[in-house]
Design a protein around this ligand. Structure first.
Ligand code: 5CA
Ligand code: ZN
Length: 406
């Protein structure tokens, strides 16, 4: 699948820093990649394209964009893969409910997502991979699991036996009761009869009337959700890549299951070196979600005249590991900050540019302290100084490190 337009990324002078991120699996900060130089590899779970990009999605993709930018700043080549869940129950249900072809709905929403990402200056992945174009890949991944003895049928569907992975549970660290509850809430089927363990997850769903299906060695049907991300990540990144990312709603079951699937299929561990999760963005006291419909949409705000850089700044005000609620003052505040910074970089001189860039790098590489980075820049913008190089340097750093073009 074609991704979207890559923004320019200026090089920023001065010493870069190594990135430390909070890893959900080990419950602590880890340095990723663990060594200097070479390629840093990241997989971020992409959209299910049945509705437009909301501020929660945007927060997620901007967070992982910061990681991408900090790695590039530190001299790594970045290999970035993102999937698109372009066939799954919620998409098919929405298409039926609104009387459109599911393929048309997906194509329309994917294009809107590309436009939103381009406007927000998010660096595109090198591999932007849909499930529909990966049916054989996913079917082969299920075959690999079958060879590893981890697959059994239930009424013609195929299931992954979680007991095949001795490390199962090690991504989320949740207890069984919590896992079971979240599994039921997030697309799982703990109570289906015929399963060996309530937590076993669907790998392949045999064809049902009125549903899309593809021929494969597994029979006619379509892939389950989790195995799509194991298969796509393994093909484009390989095992033990640096960062597996997504929103915290994916910790369980999705990231637990996709890690287990890859670990059992390859006999290697771990799937990823760090599991990094963006906290949930909500509206009016509830998680923002396509299924609830309580959405603030990036495209709608853009259409109403919002500067995408003000949207980006509004998102960056919040630390990625803290849940927060979108508020109607967020966008005007982002716009006001953008204008202050634009005026500041238009000056002939300002306070020490190298010092503020150093402070921005220090904050961001410390588990993406974007609020700390913004505070350093706010202070720089509000202070007079004599460094005539500073305005250009600060504008470059905002662009390259924060993705905010002034
Ligand atoms: N296609 C799957 C991942 S394989 C999926 O979760 N799609 S999604 O469209 O529902 O979400 C896309 C991305 O945005 C995921 O990484 C998800 O965790 C994240 N996300 C969804 N809602 C929010 C929210 N309210 N706040 C922050 N991130 C969110
Ligand atoms: Zn995923």
């Amino acid at each position: 699948m074609q991704a979207w337009t890559k923004p320019d990324i200026p090089a920023v002078p001065g010493p870069a820093r190594r990135l430390r991120l909070y890893d959900t699996a080990s419950r602590g900060l880890v340095e990723v990649p663990p060594t200097d130089g070479g390629t840093a590899r990241m997989y971020v779970c992409g959209i299910t394209p049945y509705d437009a990009t909301h501020m929660g999605h945007a927060a997620t993709y901007v967070t992982f964009d910061l990681i991408n930018r900090l790695w590039r700043d530190a001299g790594y080549d970045v290999s970035y893969t993102q999937n698109i869940t372009d066939v799954d129950d919620p998409l098919l249900e929405r298409a039926t409910a609104t009387g459109v072809e599911w393929t048309d709905l997906a194509a329309r929403e994917i294009q809107l997502f590309r436009d939103d990402m381009t406007a927000l200056r998010v660096i595109p992945p090198q591999h932007y991979i849909g499930v529909v174009e990966s049916i054989d890949l996913v079917a082969n991944a299920v075959e690999d699991l079958r060879r590893a003895g981890a697959v059994y049928p239930v009424d013609g569907d195929l299931y992954f036996a979680v007991k095949a992975d001795p490390a199962f549970g090690g991504v989320s660290n949740y207890d069984r009761d919590t896992m079971r509850e979240l599994f039921a809430e997030r697309g799982g089927d703990p109570d289906r009869e015929g399963k060996q363990d309530p937590l076993d997850s669907l790998l392949w769903r045999h064809e049902r009337p009125g549903e899309p299906a593809w021929d494969s060695a597994l029979g006619r049907g379509r892939p389950g959700w989790h195995v799509e991300c194991s298969a796509i990540a393994l093909k484009y990144l390989g095992m033990s890549f640096d960062v597996q990312g997504g929103g915290s709603d994916l910790i369980f079951p999705h990231h637990e299951m996709s890690a287990s699937g890859a670990q059992v299929a390859t006999g290697e561990h771990p799937f990823a070196r760090a599991y990094v999760h963006q906290a949930m963005v909500g509206l009016d006291g509830e998680k923002m979600s396509k299924s609830k419909g309580n959405l603030v949409l990036v495209s709608k705000e853009r259409l109403a005249g919002a500067d995408p850089m003000a949207i980006r700044l509004a998102l960056l005000t919040h630390h990625y590991r803290t849940d927060w609620f979108w508020d109607e003052s967020d966008l005007p505040d982002g716009q006001a900050r953008l204008e202050r910074w634009r005026a500041a970089v238009a000056r002939d001189a300002g306070p020490d540019g190298a010092a503020v860039v150093n402070a921005v790098r220090a904050a961001l590489t410390n588990d993406l302290d974007s609020a700390g980075a913004l505070a350093a820049l706010d202070e720089w913008a509000a202070t007079d100084g004599t460094d005539s190089q500073a305005p250009a340097l600060v504008a470059q750093a905002c662009d390259a490190l924060l993705g905010v073009k002034l």
